[in-house]
Design a protein around this ligand. Structure first.
Ligand SMILES: O=P(O)(O)OC[C@H]1O[C@](O)(COP(=O)(O)O)[C@@H](O)[C@@H]1O
Length: 264
């Protein structure tokens, strides 16, 4: 872990990462109700909001669109990823090198590790190479720490999420992105398991404004240092409004109720 509070992807010790790698990870289904979002520029426009500290995308999107946004958006290069068409045991292909991501202007790199998968060993070895290359470029590393595969049926159980944050700490990540483990106590334990490393909550599929914001509020009160979110922002009709509210909940530590009221 390196001190990352001065990194552009961190603001006042916290991060709000806008993820848009769903076209690879989930396919066109995530865009069915928001077909205009098939154009990555629309989500880059959303990422220019002050609350967003980085945008996480895959190589092709970074190559094609980031040059127009490099003055206004911090790039988190998600270096591995696999499509939903892959039917094998959980795994993720490394699609670009850290050197190339740095050349494009990355401010941080992201990597998914499926702890518990039959491919965990190979993925951990790939993470070693990514993490060490990132250190050479002084880039923070965000681990999407997602235990799943084999017999692991419930990947949001409290002990599984605490293990996920610990794996990220032990392997040298700077931020762990994990699913919400269902309660503030479980989130607090997951954050403590990460030592001084930052933990951010993963957004998940779209829910109501109140449900989403109150879960973020609970996670932040329990020690999470922000959020990495995709669908709960860009699948909304008005992403700016939810980002205004998230800014209040994450950076100003307001309640979900107060944030919603202030942004009505
Ligand atoms: O593997 P899952 O749980 O289907 O979700 C993976 C997706 O979730 C993210 O980690 C976060 O996005 P969401 O907030 O939309 O869940 C994306 O980067 C990724 O594409």
């Amino acid at each position: 872990m390196i001190p990352i509070d001065d990194s552009p992807i961190v603001r006042d010790g916290k991060s709000l990462i806008l993820a848009m790698d769903h076209g690879l990870e989930h396919g066109p289904t995530d865009f069915e109700e928001v077909p205009e979002k098939l154009d990555p520029s629309t989500v880059f426009d959303t990422a220019t909001h002050d609350a967003v500290t980085a945008m996480a995308v895959q190589k092709g999107i970074a190559e094609g669109y980031y040059p127009s946004y490099e003055d206004d958006v911090n790039l988190l290069a998600k270096v591995n990823g696999t499509s939903n068409l892959w039917m094998g045991e959980y795994d993720s292909a490394v699609n670009w090198s850290v050197d190339y991501a740095a050349e494009i202007g990355a401010d941080a790199v992201g990597f998914t590790l499926y702890g518990g998968s039959n491919h965990e060993v190979e993925m951990a070895e790939e993470f070693r190479d990514v993490q060490e290359a990132a250190r050479e470029h002084d880039l923070p590393v965000v681990m999407w720490s997602y235990p799943r595969g084999q017999g692991l049926k419930n990947d949001t159980k409290p002990e599984v999420i605490s293990y996920a944050t610990r794996i990220a700490l032990e392997l040298g990540a700077d931020i762990a992105k994990v699913k919400y483990p269902g309660s503030p106590d479980a989130m607090e334990h997951a954050c403590k398991s990460a030592g001084d490393m930052k933990v951010v909550m993963s957004g998940g599929s779209k829910t109501s404004d109140y449900e989403f914001l109150s879960t973020v509020e609970a996670a932040v009160s329990a020690g999470a240092k922000g959020l990495a979110v995709g669908r709960n922002v860009w699948q909304r009709e008005d992403p700016t409004r939810i980002l205004d509210a998230l800014e209040k909940v994450i950076f100003e530590e307001e309640t979900a109720d107060a944030a919603l009221e202030a942004t009505e």
